[in-house]
Design a protein. Sequence first.
Length: 333
Amino acid sequence: MAWLEKQKIFKSIPQIKAFFLQYQWKEGLIFLFFLLLSLGLWFLLHLQQEYEVEIAVPVKYRNIPPEMDLTEEFPQEIIAKIRDKGIIIINYSWLHSFSPIDVNLIDIRKEGNHQVSKRTIEASISKHLISTTSLLEFEPETFTVEYKTIQNKEVSVLADISVSLEPGFQISGPIAVVPEKVRIYADSNILDLIANVKTVPVEIKKVNETKKIKVRLQKIDNARIDPDEVTVTVPVEEFTEKRMMLSVGCSDLPDNYIVRLFPSSVEVVCNVPLSRFKELEEKDFEISIPFEEFEAKQSSGKMPVYLTKQPSWITRTAIVPAAIEFIIEQTGQ
């Protein structure tokens, strides 16, 4: 069956060829070529003529001061009518995108009249046009930026930072936030409810050196924060252990009393940043317990020991032993 089908196809080929040859395809192609050529010449001729069209130039408002509350909607684009040859118009209409007209609101506020002048708008549009293009008109020709001043107050910034350290490393001091305070702009009923502002939550893992990162502040509904970003510094150093012997003292001791301590000295164990290991000495610590505390625990004869002075950058300390025994003796009257 397949062989019979092939035979039928081969027999029909001469008939198909004869059908196409009876038409004058060559003449048709020549006619189509000259038709397209004529359309192209007509199109080029019209592109050399001048036309007037309208183009839209966007308006961008920048440097809005945080205390400035714009009181109405302002133009988002300027409609300009221009004239030039068709080929240039096509470039503006189809291929060219105009950079926005910049309205600097800080300059507007300084000038005092709050007005975007016709000259400013015209200059902004003209710098995007080539020399042959005529700017006929534009709308609006000028407009006024109306605004009111928002109330504000200064609040502290709290760092919402979670830090996990590599073994042997510790945070060597307070986490610093710069700036420490920011200004909140909002209506008075909102300001009254704001005591501080937090950073967005940040988690830093496997830290083995001091980290300085920029962190955005959490947004507050219907309020502006200036600045809305702070720099957070987490001081991290490698630590080692240091041991020192300290004498236990008694402050405010009356002249006719003696407090005997067993033992009279204890060992202070602390973690110290490697960079400050040598500078840390016994004199930087003190244990001086008021006499009245000894009196309050006289029945048990035991006193928990605690540091009454230590460097602020020491984060972890332990005292061995944690409590001592004592006897209060009264001397002559």
